[in-house]
Ligand binder design. Structure first.
Ligand code: GRF
Length: 192
């Protein structure tokens, strides 16, 4: 387990593939005085990820590598993480699955945020599934990453009520709003 040593924040990388709302939120959180982490690297598997713009905005290093050959990409990332002394990874809308080898070789902890109340609805299209199944509640989960998709130990969850009027868009918005609170809270919990 990664430990906080003295007043030094734990060097963290955020992995994204898209918009980066969680990334932006985590960067802001990391700047708070008693945040346990600093965000020192943004990784994306695609140059199209809108969230990459936060690299310039907040002066955080970025690195892009396609996962077409995931073995090569993971080796490059592992080297970079080592060079930058990164000890913690937050997956935030990262759409690729990290290999067993990557998880084993990375010298630190990896966490992910998932838009459902795990173990319900692992994988994609969580909100559509919740609406189609006429669920009364949805939510989000922060969990440790293991080689099995969306299956590692749960750190924190937040429940969101689904109303009859909710559509895919409104539910996704509602859940994302809670994600932005949940991710920092889960990180605080890990390092407390
Ligand atoms: C979030 O709902 C997250 O839980 C999921 O993908 C979405 C990412 O949104 N894995 P963003 O890129 O943080 O805006």
């Amino acid at each position: 387990m990664v430990k906080l040593t003295g007043l030094k924040k734990v060097k963290t990388a955020v992995f994204i593939s898209g918009t980066g709302s969680n990334l932006k939120n985590l960067i802001k959180f990391s700047k708070i005085k008693n945040s346990p982490i600093s965000i020192d690297l943004i990784f994306s598997n695609t140059a199209k990820a809108k969230g990459l713009r936060f690299s310039n905005q907040f002066n955080v290093k970025k690195y892009v590598s396609s996962f077409k050959d995931s073995k090569i990409a993971e080796t490059k990332i592992l080297n970079l993480l080592k060079k930058e002394n990164i000890k913690f990874i937050c997956l935030a809308g990262f759409m690729k699955i990290l290999s067993k080898n990557f998880i084993k070789k990375f010298n630190g902890e990896i966490v992910n945020i998932h838009p459902s109340l795990l173990p319900k609805y692992k994988g994609l299209n969580t909100h559509i599934k919740a609406i189609q199944n006429k669920d009364k509640v949805a939510g989000c989960t922060v969990h440790f990453v293991t080689a099995k998709l969306d299956s590692g130990k749960i750190i924190l969850q937040k429940v969101v009520k689904i109303s009859k009027k909710d559509t895919l868009t409104t539910l996704a918005k509602k859940v994302l709003r809670q994600e932005l609170k949940l991710y920092p809270a889960a990180i605080k919990k890990i390092f407390s």
